[in-house]
Design a protein around this ligand. Sequence first.
Ligand code: MG
Length: 227
Amino acid sequence: MMKKIKISNFKGLAFDLDDTLIDRETAFNKIFKIFHKNQKAINKKFTEKETLKFFWDLCPNNSIDISYCFETLKKKFPKINISLENFYKFYYETFLKVIKPHKGVIEFLDKLIEKNVNFGIVTNGNDYQLKKIETTGLKNKYNFVIASEIFGHSKPKIEIFQETLRLLKLNTVDINKVLFIGDNPYTDIIGAQEYGFKTAWIRMRRNYPKKLDPPDYIIDSYRDLLI
Ligand SMILES: [Mg+2]
């Protein structure tokens, strides 16, 4: 199923943000390398590699649940000296400092705009998502952006895909002419699929979960989309 996708076959496109347009994977590693270095309670027991594995294991499907992460961290390292609030702050503030777009993304989005491609960004999260867009130079390089916590519903709920269709200025007859591109099977792909969008999953060296209906396309990155 690995193949290039011609975007001219679609009337609209919607991109996830993290790990689709911006390199969250690298940022995540950088954040927890810094955390490892700063936290004696951790670096006395764990090597940097072990710390990274610990946090990756807590965050399957490339998304973080800060409270869950914090609780597990506290259980594993009771002596750790950080509050939930500061952990949250550390994560997102460091993220903004280290996050970069995937190589070539800016040029790619410029080209989509130049060719009048109908597309937007649909991301789970709050105001931080908009800050990430700004700090990675993606601001205004889309027709619209939906940040789920500002909108009121998150992927995979149907409402956010309905809103996507509305902002693409398309009607329900065009649902299967929309391609949703994302890396998270459980939010991006399931939700878009149930609504009737076509789906492209960015695999990032993983296998697609066997229990789920497969996506329409499996790709390595946005570079597999042909303008
Ligand atoms: Mg993502």
